[in-house]
Design a protein around this ligand. Sequence first.
Ligand code: ZN
Length: 321
Amino acid sequence: MSFKTSGLHHVTAIGGDPQRNADFYLRTLGLRLVKTTVNFDDPGTYHLYYGDESGKPGSLLTFFPWRDAPSGRLGTGQATTTSFSVPENSIGWWKQHLEISGIETSQVSTRDGEEVLTFRDPNGLVIALVAHPQGDPRNPWDTPLVPGEHAIRGLHSVTLSVSREEATAGMLTEDLGLTFTGQDTNRLRFSAGEGGPGAMVDVLVTPDAPRGLVAGGTVHHVAWRAPDEQTQVAWRAELLDRGVGVTSIMDRQYFRSIYFREPGGTLLEIATDQPGFSIDEPLLELGRALKLPPWLEPNREQIQAMLPKLNLPAENNPVHQ
Ligand code: ZN
């Protein structure tokens, strides 16, 4: 394979009530809402993008929040944990902050030199906060409830659960250009480029676990970075040549996307870094207004009538602080 991803682009999950979802990720986890739009394939549903100050690739967790989403089931063929990177020495602060916020957390564990704290979002999605011993140079988003010194720096990694690892490992290394970097019992780690937070995936081998069901409170897909459209076009052609069932290129307005399934069952995406989230609104106002792609704009009134109102915390928009 001639192409190598530089790391995670975003993770997309299925949420529940959009207000509850926004309150949790903006207030409790202190992320920024970098885009309020709709699911382009189902415009009666929001698509909410959470990330850092500008929504850089590698900082993004996005949701389709369906109020009546049936609950999914964790299991193989899924990304079963979405991990965010936090500074060293911040895990204790987070444990206390989450408990004050009414979120039950795991004990802090240490894995491969990293401290890990695990909990679930209001809809059951499994989230981990991980402190990497070498730190994380990415800039945080600073909010009143989550000060910059402790704030999330971006995605750390995802955990893919599989019943057998060989074929999944083959796709990660040969089709995405990741490198196998270590194993701890039934957990295999793969890294993009130099590795580190935002450039890692763990493959957890659980042959006896049930098959996962993707629905409310589970991850829908995991997206990897491509630098530009030209690379994505050539990458797609090479995937097709190798027999991978990859979709056509889709215009997601803020990036271009192709999708394919890894042999263990998880849906993967390759998304371009460009054009990014300031293509249709200024950086300072990200997320405040409902943005629609040009082809849905003629139906704005109908779409807005279908969507529940969202009250955003003032800190999402620094203009109003
Ligand atoms: Zn995606």
